[in-house]
Design a protein around this ligand. Structure first.
Ligand SMILES: [Zn+2]
Length: 417
């Protein structure tokens, strides 16, 4: 039976309240151009945490804080033996960050609970709302810290001693700000985890869809490349007697881009490029750069990395140089849980929201959580695909639609009492 035939319209979240919460949080650490600067474990972060804690308390949730400063709010279910169905993201931002990256995921999860409170709906499994600490990795590199520790990728010592640029460490900073809790990572485990996030790319906007049903998070490989030629005099060395490492590198950059373009869903980039010499009349004898390779499929990611390495060696030789390539970082792609992904897809269909399956281009806390817990992600469009930018924007309508999809995905998993 369709809604037109008399069945009640499916429950939706309160989009106005969700938007207002975004604007309230955005005042903390506000910077010019509608942006935010709220680095993890700074006074700004602490203030945003206090506000969230207040909202959690008003929504009748118990708050737990663990050693990593992760905030976990619990809403009881009818069956206390069930593990909570959880959702959340992060409140910290980039130094020139926006109002939505991470924040939307925390506030959408809170909004799910508030909507259920308003509607007087009890779930069978408990629910949890989570704020993961230091996702962005600006103050404590490399990021995804709270979720990484929770998932067991980071031990207590590595967490506590994670240094800041100012010379203190995570434990000191968290203690000083009052956000170092007692819970270990095993204190609260989850049945499942859902993370709503802005897409941070242009795909949904270009496709005219509102909901991204994220089924994988692409993996990443970094390749360190060293190109060795011979420093030379720009005036006396004939063109065919040179070992120009810069010219060899230029050939490599073109070849690498072509490798990326030839493989669907691949991303191949060179973001860091270090010339060995810096004189206008010197033929460059040494260049180092880093190739960032990404793909959602593990076998294709390995294949791409191999092709990139081979291309560097071949192009170096063609230019009379030598190249060595070493793999520095490898993060495997994450395949999200098929049942959780379906729960998101079904929720979008129930609500009549246009949706498409997609891979996440960026890493998220869900990468860590998905290792031990069934997990999925929901993307909503962000204007022009822009994020990590003060101009980052998601519309109130898209955020509300995403939060309503989250609501029904969590309800499907937790069950209604
Ligand atoms: Zn984020």
């Amino acid at each position: 039976m369709t809604a037109a035939e008399g069945s009640p319209a499916p429950l939706r979240v309160n989009g106005g309240r969700l938007w207002k919460r975004h604007m309230d949080i955005a005042r903390i650490g506000a910077i010019a151009g509608d942006g935010c600067c709220r680095l993890a474990m700074t006074p700004e972060d602490a203030e945003a945490r206090r506000l969230l804690a207040e909202w959690g308390r008003a929504a009748n949730m118990e708050m737990r804080v663990d050693r990593a400063g992760n905030m976990i709010f619990l809403r009881p279910g009818a069956d206390p033996a069930r593990l909570p169905v959880a959702s959340g993201s992060h409140l910290d931002t980039q130094p020139h960050g926006g109002r939505f990256d991470g924040i939307s995921g925390v506030l959408a999860a809170l909004e799910v609970v508030e909507t259920l409170n308003d509607a007087g709906i009890e779930t069978v499994a408990p629910l949890a709302v989570v704020n993961w600490t230091n996702e962005e990795g600006v103050r404590f590199a490399p990021g995804l810290t709270g979720s990484g520790w929770y998932a067991g990728f980071l031990d207590d010592g590595a967490l506590d001693n994670a240094p800041t640029l100012e010379g203190s460490c995570f434990a000191e900073e968290a203690e000083r700000l009052g956000w170092r809790g007692a819970d270990g990572p095993a204190a609260v485990r989850f049945d499942s985890f859902f993370e709503l996030h802005i897409e941070q790319g242009p795909i949904l906007e270009q496709a005219g869809r509102r909901i991204g049903v994220v089924e994988s998070i692409q993996g990443l490989v970094w390749l360190d490349v060293e190109v060795r030629g011979r420093d030379g005099h720009a005036g006396t060395t004939p063109m065919d007697s040179r070992s120009d490492a810069l010219l060899a590198s230029a050939r490599m950059l073109v070849a690498l881009s072509e490798i990326g373009r030839a493989q669907p869903d691949a991303r191949v980039s060179v973001g860091q490029f270090l010339p060995g010499t810096d004189g206008p009349s010197t033929i460059m004898g040494d260049v180092r750069f880093v190739i960032d390779v990404r793909h959602p499929d593990p076998a294709t990611l390995s294949l791409l990395a191999r092709r990139c390495s081979e291309a560097c060696v071949v192009e170096a030789r063609t230019a009379g140089c030598e190249a060595t390539v070493e793999q520095r970082v490898e993060i495997s792609p994450t395949r999200l849980d098929a049942n959780c992904v379906s729960a998101v897809e079904n929720a979008a269909a129930l609500l009549g929201e246009s949706a498409m399956r997609m891979a996440s281009g960026a890493l998220h806390d869900t990468c860590n959580i998905a290792e031990g817990t069934p997990a999925a992600m929901i993307f909503v469009p962000c204007r022009d695909g822009i994020s990590h930018n003060v101009a980052e924007y998601a519309s109130p309508e898209d955020l509300a639609a995403g939060a309503s999809v989250l609501l029904h995905a969590m309800l499907a998993r937790a069950g209604t009492a």
